[in-house]
Design a binder for this molecule. Structure first.
Ligand code: ASP
Length: 447
């Protein structure tokens, strides 16, 4: 089975981390294709090389001398090379780079973080280096030209057999270097896995996968060993992020699973993300809980609203007019709510309310702010009747007022709105009652 192994910034932050990467790659002969990010933080207050390179761009833009900054960046690479006893001529390459830096595009400058990291990693692993500018092809609108990319990648596989590919950038057909969004090395890994039809896309990072709740809220939450793509989307959207979200699409479409692993604890199981989960094993009822604070809900009420065609659409048009994206629309018979991110309507809320009043002539509009949303996610909830009722029950017992409830269409998540100040307690109450212990199997499922 071919494995693509992508190592994030913290996994390649210094020589010690490089050694861990080598042990992992050499520990499995299936790991023939390695993708690297630019060196990340070595300690919490450190800088990621990508951030330093962005700072170089800002210096150039404002005509400020960046010699010292470039020296600092160069030194990071020199340290790794010397500690590992490599030969790569960093000083020479950096001099060439610095000499023409003002004529280079900002995206090209930033891409050198992964480029140099990749060069060092290739030498250290004894693998060929494949420049992402020769493999990952962008359309001019910034999307990926998957067909051309697949051809370039397959040619490279036939030519080189195995390689180290720097993440985060590629180029258009005319050779102009383009970047993905931040964290985009994960996307490079996914595209590569797809193009070579890998059996698994391994994403090596500094945590042992997804956790069932945020460890800053719940003490020592359990790890999630298996999760579906849909569940992961729900949890990530609510803030539980381990992987660049866009990275799931290239592999999901062709059925390649993603395995999140911890470079600092390679024996830990990590999390496997796939389209569907195994049916017959005992599984947790709730896969995970995530949430965010500071939403706002506008409840609009009008008698006979349910008979008025286009009422909700007209309301949503008003939000669109102000460029506000709508998170949820809980509906009643003669009322509906629109839940938005509080920060998105900071400057426009009074104009929105006034437009709603003029254009819809509702009986009332009621505004609830400082609302926290909690998403309780679990593919198995749909197989066990009464789960939502029990969740509401435990929150009620804890004296937590639920201000809003919605359920996603595939029944994989229940979203609850509570007051900001109840947020942490609500998550802990649900976690204690349902996540740690409650399991479900196909036999004991009620339908
Ligand atoms: N180096 C880039 C960043 O810091 C991309 C990546 O790490 O995946 O965003």
């Amino acid at each position: 089975m071919i494995k693509v192994a992508k190592f994030g910034g913290s996994s390649v932050a210094d020589a010690e981390q490089f050694k861990k990467v080598k042990a992992i790659v050499k520990g499995d002969s299936d790991r023939r294709f390695v993708v690297v990010s630019a060196s990340g933080k070595r300690f919490p207050a450190d800088n990621k090389l990508t951030d330093l390179l962005l700072l170089v761009n800002a210096h150039i833009e404002y005509h400020v001398d960046c010699t010292t900054l470039l020296k600092d960046i160069e030194q990071r690479f020199v340290d790794i090379r010397d500690e590992l006893g490599l030969k790569y001529p960093i000083e020479e390459k950096f001099e060439e780079f610095s000499a023409v830096i003002k004529s280079l595009s900002p995206e090209y400058i930033v891409s050198r973080g992964e480029w140099f990291t990749g060069q060092l990693m290739a030498e250290y692993l004894g693998m060929p280096f494949l420049d992402a500018a020769d493999a990952i092809v962008f359309h001019h609108d910034g999307t990926i030209d998957m067909e051309r990319t697949a051809t370039c990648v397959r040619d490279a596989v036939a030519r080189l057999g195995s390689f180290v590919l720097p993440g985060f950038y590629g180029s258009t057909v005319d050779g102009t270097v383009r970047l993905f969004q931040r964290g985009g090395g994960d996307i490079t890994g996914a595209i590569l896995a797809r193009c070579i039809d890998a059996g698994v896309y391994e994403n090596w990072t500094d945590v042992s996968g997804f956790m069932a709740a945020d460890p800053r809220i719940v003490e020592n939450p359990r790890s999630i060993h298996r999760i579906t793509f849909d569940e992961m989307r729900e949890l990530s959207y609510m803030g539980a992020s381990v992987l660049q979200e866009e990275a799931i699409f290239p592999v999901r479409e062709v059925g390649i699973p993603i395995q999140i692993k911890n470079t600092n604890d390679p024996e830990a199981r990590g999390t496997v993300i796939r389209e569907t989960a195994a049916e017959h094993e005992r599984e947790h009822l709730i896969t995970g809980i995530a949430g965010k604070k500071d939403f706002m809900a506008l409840h609009v009420q009008k008698a006979h609203m349910s008979n008025t065609v286009g009422f909700v659409r007209r309301a949503l048009t008003i939000f669109e007019r102000y460029g506000v994206s709508v998170e949820h629309i809980p509906t009643g018979v003669d009322s509906f709510g629109v839940v938005v991110n509080g920060a998105d309507v900071k400057d426009s809320i009074y104009s929105i309310v006034s437009d709603l009043q003029q254009e819809l002539k509702p009986d009332s509009i009621n505004m609830v702010d400082k609302l926290a949303l909690i998403s309780v996610v679990g593919r198995n909830m749909s197989r066990r009747a009464g789960t939502s009722g029990r969740i509401f029950g435990v929150l009620g017992e804890a004296g937590i007022n639920i201000r809003m409830i919605t359920q996603s269409s595939q029944e994989i998540s229940i979203i609850l709105g509570v007051n900001n100040e109840d947020f942490e307690r609500a998550i802990n109450v649900i976690y204690d009652k349902f996540v740690e212990n409650e399991m479900v199997t196909s036999e004991n499922a009620s339908r």
